[in-house]
Design a protein around this ligand. Structure first.
Ligand code: OAD
Ligand code: ZN
Length: 266
């Protein structure tokens, strides 16, 4: 019998009784794919001020003041995204969908890994970095992870200082209207995406798996509370306690890449 056997067993029994399970995931789910989280030690917001780097205005100000710091950071992030693949946690969720139990994955991650693992109904409330959105006509274009990274790396290598004009040269051009496109991710202060769909999924699920998120960024952090209020059981998997303690029915203090395959086995 492994660690947290009772909790894993309890989670498995809730899921096997459920017909409509929803997932609410955060950066922790991709940690085992080599993508750093935001708020853990060494994470992006541990190294940079989110007000400086997490808003569009702040990021542009950083480009003026700290351009030489941003290029190595960007390359480091590109390396992490390039080397990443769906981990056993992502794959277990794809399996749970194939079993007919999991209906919706709501994620705050913009790394595309839930889709690459095989989940088909993925609501990306903070967008997807491998999708471009036209600043002028709103047209979106899916670029794909490896081609996107290859293209950006090539452009980056030809740039010495990553200032404002250099960063605009990294942008792709809209095929429809020839305007500049930007990565379709949600920065602080910007509108989250597909929230009506996310709330509907939370209200209609009979269990919600809350995975690898600290639960401090709103409005996404309302979703587990919404699900609980609508009568769903809340299963939290996270090595550290998160902000959802008061609505949690089962808490498994493990990594998702270890816990989810164990839950499925049960
Ligand atoms: P955080 O960095 O705030 O939290 C990561 C969570 O993952 C923490 O609770 C960790 O304990 C947990 N964790 C770490 N490793 C794990 C593992 N192997 N398995 C399971 N859990 C693990 O990331 P998020 O909650 O996703 O916003 O952050 C929410 C939002 O804040 C992000 O979407 C981003 C950021 O600003 C935008 O991009 C708009
Ligand atoms: Zn356009």
């Amino acid at each position: 019998m492994g660690k947290w056997h009772d909790e894993i067993d309890e989670a498995a029994s809730i899921l096997s009784r459920s017909k409509k399970v929803a997932v609410m995931s955060g950066a922790g789910v991709s940690a085992e794919s080599g993508i750093p989280t935001f708020r853990d030690a060494g994470g992006l917001w541990d190294r940079m001020d989110p007000l400086e780097a997490g808003t569009t205005g702040g990021l542009f100000a950083q480009l003026e003041q700290n351009a030489e710091k941003l290029k190595p950071l960007l390359i480091e992030l590109l390396d992490a995204f390039e080397a990443s693949d769906p981990n056993p946690g992502h794959l277990a969720l794809a399996e749970l969908e194939k079993m007919g139990i999991l209906k919706t994955v709501i994620t705050q991650n913009f790394d595309n890994l839930h889709r690459e693992a095989g989940n088909t109904n993925v609501i990306e409330v903070h967008g997807n970095v491998f999708r471009a959105r036209c600043l002028s006509c709103d047209q979106t274009e899916i670029i794909g992870r490896k081609p996107f990274i290859k293209e950006i790396r090539k452009k980056l290598e030809s740039i010495t200082i990553l200032d404002f004009s250099a960063i605009t040269s990294l942008a792709s051009i809209c095929k429809k209207c020839s305007s500049v496109m930007r990565p379709d991710v949600v920065m602080f202060g910007e509108q989250v995406q597909e929230m009506p769909e996310a709330f509907l999924a939370a209200q209609n699920c009979d269990a919600m798996l809350v995975l690898g998120t600290s639960g401090v960024v709103y409005p996404a952090a309302y979703l587990p509370v919404e699900a609980k209020n609508a009568g769903a059981s809340i299963i939290v998997i996270n090595p550290k306690e998160n902000a959802f303690g008061s609505v949690t029915d089962v808490y498994i203090p493990m990594k998702t890449g270890e816990a989810l395959p164990a839950v499925l086995k049960h």
